[in-house]
Design a protein. Structure first.
Length: 133
């Protein structure tokens, strides 16, 4: 039946949280696979920007030694990540998120161009743990 066919071809939308986890582990192919599942790149970009900003704020707070509520399964990983990245890379990550949003809102890039830039740049920053000149 038609209902069964549509169910069989169903694929879930992009999991933004999985996408961020892949960025944090430096797994760019997995980031691209996750992003490719999205049907609406515009809303995906803005959801990703908001969640990345939240995640970066949390990492900054962990780096600064503030008491932050983190899921117990992720606490050690996030603390290690924040320590490894340090303030310069965390600041560059925050700047990248703000720049990706500004580029779209100012009309300099399309949402899909900005999403591509954001995915590649953030994954590189998380993976290398350093800012390139």
């Amino acid at each position: 039946s038609l209902a069964m066919i549509s169910t069989a071809s169903w694929s879930p939308e992009c999991d933004v949280f999985a996408c961020i986890r892949h960025m944090q582990t430096g797994n760019l192919p997995a980031v691209w696979r996750e992003l490719a599942r999205s049907k609406d790149g515009d809303s995906l970009l803005f959801s990703l920007l908001a969640l990345l900003a939240r995640e970066l704020r949390l990492l900054w707070q962990l780096w600064a030694g503030e008491k932050v509520r983190v899921h117990p399964n992720e606490a050690a990983f996030k603390k290690q990540l924040a320590t490894r990245l340090g303030p310069a890379v965390l600041a560059e990550c925050m700047s990248t998120v703000m720049d990706a949003e500004l580029q779209v809102k100012s009309g300099r890039r399309s949402p899909s161009q900005s999403l591509d830039y954001l995915a590649a740049r953030m994954t590189d920053l998380f993976a290398t743990g350093r800012v390139r000149a």
